[in-house]
Design a protein around this ligand. Structure first.
Ligand SMILES: Nc1ncnc2c1ncn2[C@@H]1O[C@H](COP(=O)(O)OP(=O)(O)OP(=O)(O)O)[C@@H](O)[C@H]1O
Ligand SMILES: [Mg+2]
Length: 186
């Protein structure tokens, strides 16, 4: 009898999602090729209950099996008006686990601008320019992607994400060729 070994792409639990799971496996493979590989964005779209969250869970499984670092966050209907809520969920755990000097290093010159949005620095006297905050958060991901490579970011229910996070995500998507990170959005 031939032994059938499950591959990273094979999914035991999801029906009719071979194409999506294969796309995830390819993207994870590509991310894991080397530290200079360019980043990528995968988007799962579908009606309520079609299995977007289940695909993200499968993505996490595949990525962790390949030794990736996986961070995740989700939009919430009641939190849409909280600026940077989703990006804070995504990055804050990594940043608060660092010493303050280290977090300052990862945010670099952007620390004073982006730190308050992430809840890791006291807000300054002046109101921060939202574009500056977004740029700072993109720069932070670039550095974190180098530190935590191979890094996968999962964002569920992005349709409920706050506007500031969506703006950041759009900026990040434009700069993915500069950083080795896989972003998967549902
Ligand atoms: N391909 C699949 N095969 C088997 N079960 C699935 C599949 N996709 C989803 N499910 C199951 O269907 C249910 C709904 O899936 P899920 O929560 O992932 O949908 P969703 O698209 O995220 O929904 P929502 O838009 O409400 O967030 C879950 O119990 C999930 O385990
Ligand atoms: Mg869902």
């Amino acid at each position: 009898m031939t032994e059938v070994r499950p591959t990273a792409a094979a999914s035991a639990s999801l029906w009719e999602r071979d194409e999506e799971v294969a796309a995830v496996a390819r993207a994870v493979d590509s991310l894991c090729t080397d530290r200079s590989s360019s980043g990528a964005l995968l988007v799962f779209r579908g009606e309520a209950g079609l299995g977007k969250t289940a695909l993200l869970a499968e993505t996490r499984r595949i990525a962790e099996a390949r030794g990736c670092t996986v961070w995740s966050a989700r939009g919430g209907e009641t939190l849409r008006s909280v600026p940077f809520n989703v990006v804070r969920q995504l990055l804050q755990p990594a940043l608060v686990s660092m010493l303050p000097e280290e977090a300052r290093e990862y945010l670099g010159d952007w620390y004073d601008i982006a730190g308050p949005a992430l809840g890791i620095a006291e807000p300054g006297d002046r109101r921060a320019d939202p574009q500056g905050v977004c740029d700072g958060l993109v720069a932070a991901v670039r550095r974190l992607a180098r530190r935590d490579w191979p890094l996968v970011l999962l964002i569920d229910d992005a349709h409920w994400a706050d506007q500031e996070t969506l703006h950041w995500l759009a900026g990040l998507a434009e700069r993915l060729d500069e950083m080795s990170v896989l972003v998967v959005v549902a």
